[in-house]
Each structure stands twice: as structure tokens, then as C-alpha cells.
Design a protein around this ligand. Structure first.
Ligand SMILES: [Mn+2]
Length: 295
């Protein structure tokens, strides 16, 4: 293969689960760093560049302190990659990594408007006031919209990183009232599984890209592994039945490889200890290939 066809991807790891209910997904990025299936992506023409890995340290006084420190480190790293026009994928870890990833993109882009596609079984749009569990992995989208714990909403730049009208959620099927109320008040577009089944994922993604690119200079993509049906991706901690088909997601995600407006992506909530027959591990490698190379 000619070097001209190689596509580089810079992988930034958030090896932490302090924002979630248990330890499992914190091992996700370290597992992928050792995975031969993942390493084999290099043979298909992807230049894999492993960048920063953040980890919890005992010195952090609280879960909030740990998430804040790691997301700040992540944001600084991502910001530098975006300034250098390097394509990145963040690997979680629990989904609180999104606070760091997209605050970092905003830190690099400053006043320029950005769009965002959020593929997840959950809304992750709680504030500390509405969250039943208090887990920060249920709050990142609210944070990125400027709602919640101020230390987290002000990473990189102060306040919201996206306008509500440039955000689209896909695959939603489990949520609580408080977060749904917030997104409804903001008029954020939410595409639930009924609509995905009815229209097909490719059609839904086309609409999401339109939303994320209208009046923006580019957009981001965050994929929670729990958006995918547990039959196809069992390796996650908060699995929800009736999810996206892994095959359909990998097919539809090829659209991103041709879209230069995509600034970077994120894949969160992979718990290798819950994986079966390497299904989720293989699917993540396929997703990276789809998003980066379009195949
Ligand atoms: Mn999530």
C-alpha cells in the first residue's frame, strides 16, 4: 500500500471509570492499547498514534477532583491536536471523558461555532441537582451545554461549547425526567430508537450531520458503546436492550471518513471484562476503520 493512502489517527485515552458506577470501563483504553485486533488497523492503512493516557491517582481528593483533573489534561492534549489539524479519537473510560474531549476542541476553536452528534442509549444530560446517582458520566452533555458543576463547564473556555440547535442525539432509549426536561427546554433534537428503526441509521445520520454543520465550522462525534445492541456489543457497564445494530452502525459511520468537517471522534464506555468472544473489541476496531478510512 502506498503511503499516500495512509490516514493518521491520534488516540487519546481516558483510562478512568470514576465518573461511572464501577471499575470496568476504566480498563478499556489500556486493553485496546494491547489488542492485536486493534493494532492490525495499521495493516489496513491507518497510522495509529497513541497520545496521552489519563488515569485516576490517589491524590485526587474526590471523584469530581479526579474527573476535573483528567478532563483538563485531556482538553489540553486535544486542543493541541486540533490546533495542529490532526484527526483524533478519544477512547474512554466512562463517558465523563466527553467533558474533556469537547472542551479541548472548543479551546482550540475559540469563538468558532461547532456542531455535535451524540450516539448513546442515554441522554447523559443530568446536572448534580437532577441526577439520581450523582455519577458524572450521566452529566457530560449538560456540562457541554453549560449546565452543571461550574469547574467542569468552564474547562478550556467558559460555559457552553455548543449551541443546542447544533446538537443531535441518536439511539436514546433510557433516560430520566430531569435530563429530558433540560434538553426539551433547549429544543435539542433527539432521535430515539423507534425513529432509527423506522428511518434507518444512514438516513438519521444524514439529518444529524445537517444539524451539526448548519452555521458551524465543523463538528464532533461521540459514540457510547451502550448505544449498540448488547447482542453486538456486550462489553459495556450500563447495557440497554433494543440498541443500534453494530453492522448498521459500522456501515453508516463510513460517511464520516469522507466528511472533512468532522474534527474528531470519541468512543466511550467499553468494559473489556464484560466482552464476549471479542465482539465489542472487534466492533470498536471496525468503527475506527469506518470513521477514519471509510471501510
Ligand atoms: Mn453515555
Amino acid at each position: 500500500m502506498s503511503m499516500n493512502t495512509q490516514k493518521d489517527v491520534h488516540l487519546v485515552s481516558y483510562a478512568s471509570s470514576v465518573g461511572g458506577p464501577g471499575p470496568g470501563c476504566g480498563e478499556g483504553p489500556l486493553f485496546l492499547q494491547q489488542s492485536t485486533i486493534f493494532a492490525d488497523l495499521a495493516k489496513t492503512g491507518i497510522g495509529l498514534h497513541w497520545q496521552l493516557t489519563t488515569t485516576p491517582i490517589p491524590a485526587d481528593p474526590s471523584k469530581l477532583g479526579s474527573v476535573l483533573r483528567q478532563c483538563t489534561e485531556l482538553a489540553d492534549e486535544i486542543s493541541e491536536l486540533v490546533r495542529d489539524k490532526k484527526f483524533f479519537i478519544s477512547l474512554g473510560g466512562d463517558h465523563s471523558c466527553a467533558i474533556g474531549t469537547w472542551s479541548g476542541v472548543k479551546q482550540a476553536m475559540q469563538q468558532q461555532a461547532l456542531g455535535f452528534i451524540w450516539i448513546d442509549a442515554h441522554m447523559d444530560s443530568h446536572t448534580p441537582q437532577t441526577s439520581p446517582s450523582g455519577n458524572i458520566h450521566g452529566m457530560p452533555l449538560a456540562c457541554l451545554l453549560g449546565f452543571g458543576e461550574p469547574s467542569l463547564t468552564n474547562i478550556g473556555t467558559s460555559g457552553a461549547k455548543f449551541k443546542p440547535e447544533n446538537i443531535c442525539l441518536i439511539g436514546i432509549r433510557s433516560f430520566e425526567e430531569g435530563e429530558a426536561t433540560l434538553l426539551k427546554q433547549l429544543n435539542v433534537r433527539i432521535i430515539g430508537m423507534d425513529e432509527v428503526h423506522h428511518r434507518g441509521l444512514a438516513d438519521v445520520l444524514t439529518e444529524a450531520i445537517k444539524i451539526a454543520t448548519t452555521g458551524t465550522v465543523g463538528y464532533g462525534l461521540s459514540i457510547d458503546i451502550d448505544s449498540i445492541d448488547p447482542a453486538d456489543a456486550p462489553g459495556t457497564d450500563v447495557a440497554e436492550v433494543d440498541g443500534l445494530s453494530g453492522e448498521e452502525l459500522c456501515q453508516a459511520a463510513q460517511i464520516f471518513a469522507k466528511d472533512t468537517r468532522l474534527i474528531g471522534a470519541e468512543i466511550a464506555e467499553f468494559d473489556p471484562s464484560r466482552d464476549q468472544d471479542q465482539k465489542t473489541e472487534k466492533l470498536i476496531a471496525r468503527l475506527v476503520s469506518a470513521i477514519t478510512l471509510g471501510k
